[in-house]
Ligand binder design. Sequence first.
Ligand SMILES: [Mn+2]
Length: 314
Amino acid sequence: MTDVKKRIIEEIKQWDSIIILRHVRPDPDAIGSQAGLKELILTFFPDKKVYLGGETEPSLSFLSEMDEISEETFEQSLVIACDTANTERIDDERYQKASKLIKIDHHPEVDRYGDIQWVSTDASSTCEMITELYLELSNDTPENDLARLLYAGIVADTGRFKFSNTTEKTFRYASFLINASFSRDEIHEKLYEKKRNVMKLEGFVLSNVDVMPSGAAAIKLTKSVLENYQVTSKDSSAIVNCFSTLEGLKAWVFFVEEEDIIRVRLRSKEPIINTLAEQYNGGGHPMASGASVATWEEADELIKKLNQLCEDAS
Ligand SMILES: [Mn+2]
C-alpha cells in the first residue's frame, strides 16, 4: 500500500538515529534487506546515523557486517525489523527498549507487532519490498552497494527466479537494480559456493533420502552423521533443495539433530506445508517452512502427516 510506505518514510525523516534488525539465523534476504535499507536511508538522508543489529553471520559477511550498538542507542532510536514474522525471532531483543518499532516483512503474519507494519505476502522477498520503498523516493539507478544487497536477497529468496513467489514485479525490480554496476557473477558465486564437507554430505543425502510412493521424501541428519561429515546444522541448510528435481517428488522434510532439538526444514512443490510446520513449533511460507521436534518418534509422526498431505494432493 502506498500509504504505509509514505508513513514509513515520514517516520524515518523524524529520527536522527535508526537501528535496523532482522531475524535470527539470517539468510541473504534478511541481511540484504537490513543492510539495503540502511543504504537506502543514507542515500536520501545522508546525515542520519544508521546501525545494523544482530549477530554477525560469517558466511554472509560478504553482504554486510553488523555494528556494535549500545543500550542508550536503542533507547534513542527508531527500530525497524526486516524479514521477521514474529517478535521472538527478532535478532536483538533490546528492540523492546525502543519507543517506536516498524515491521517490514513478506512472511505470512505470525505476530502483529510494531507501531507501523508493512506486511506484503505477495512480495517474493523483503528485498523486493525495500526496492519498492526506494522507487517511492526515486527512479534513478540506485548506488551500487544498495542495488547489490537488494539483488542478492531477491535472487536467494526466489531460488534464482525459479520459485512461484517470483512475479512480473520481481523481474521488473531486478531489471531495475541491475542498471547499477555491481558484479552479479560475484554474488551468484558467493551465494552458491559450497564447502567440500557440505558437498560430501550432499552425496550422503542423495544416497539416503527416503522417498515414499506418495511423493513425500524425508532425510534424517543425526548428530553422528553431522559429526562424520564435520558439518554444522546451519551449514546443512545449504543442501535442503539438493534433490528437489527428483521425478514425482511433491514435498520433503530435512531433520537435523541439534543440541536439544531436532530442527525441521519443510519444502513443497504441491501441498501447503506451513500448516504442518505450525503444529510443530514452526511456520513460514506455504511452500517453505521451518519447525522443530523433540524426539525421533515425533519426527516419524511428522513424516506420516507429510505423507498424508502428499497422498491427498494427488
Ligand atoms: Mn525473506
